[in-house]
Design a protein around this ligand. Structure first.
Ligand code: SF4
Ligand code: SF4
Length: 142
């Protein structure tokens, strides 16, 4: 079966006011990965809003981008990036809307327009199981 999705590393999805939600557990993993003290990591890279933690943005070429987006389109914390990034593009909202899935092809070249929405959903559900495991809380909002 052809791949339903393959990231082209363009970095487009890491631009803008990201709103990438994270958790204390992930913060600890990312700080460790970057060999940083947790308090320093939080001060530099994390914003707290409405009781949740979010990754901060930085300005690049007059545009807001995720603070971890590298110049080559890669992610500075790739192996331990926050769950929304790990799950992309298999978010509930995308798996439940063929219209959104189709519309997202304009901004993300990773989607394969030659596969059907049903194939995308089937693969997405499998990937979600692998990534989410027993993280029940995140299943609800992602
Ligand atoms: S926009 Fe799509 S192809 Fe580009 S980096 Fe993000 S996931 Fe990959
Ligand atoms: S954490 Fe990494 S994958 Fe997620 S938005 Fe930032 S740069 Fe992109």
């Amino acid at each position: 079966m052809p791949k339903v999705f393959e990231c082209k590393m363009c970095g487009e999805c890491c631009k803008g006011q990201g709103g990438i939600r994270t958790t204390l557990e992930e913060i600890e993993q990312m700080a460790k990965y970057l060999k940083m003290d947790k308090a320093r990591f939080m001060a530099d890279f994390v914003r707290r809003e409405n009781g949740f933690y979010y990754i901060k943005e930085k300005e690049r070429d007059g545009q807001l981008v995720c603070v971890f987006l590298q110049d080559n389109g890669g992610c500075a914390v790739h192996p331990c990036k926050p769950l929304p990034c790990k799950l992309w593009p298999y978010w509930k909202g995308i798996l439940s809307s063929e219209i959104d899935w189709r519309a997202l092809m304009d901004v993300c070249k990773g989607f394969n327009p030659k596969v059907s929405f049903e194939e995308f959903v089937k693969e997405g559900m499998k990937e979600r199981e692998k990534i989410l495991g027993n993280r029940q809380d995140e299943r609800r909002y992602l």
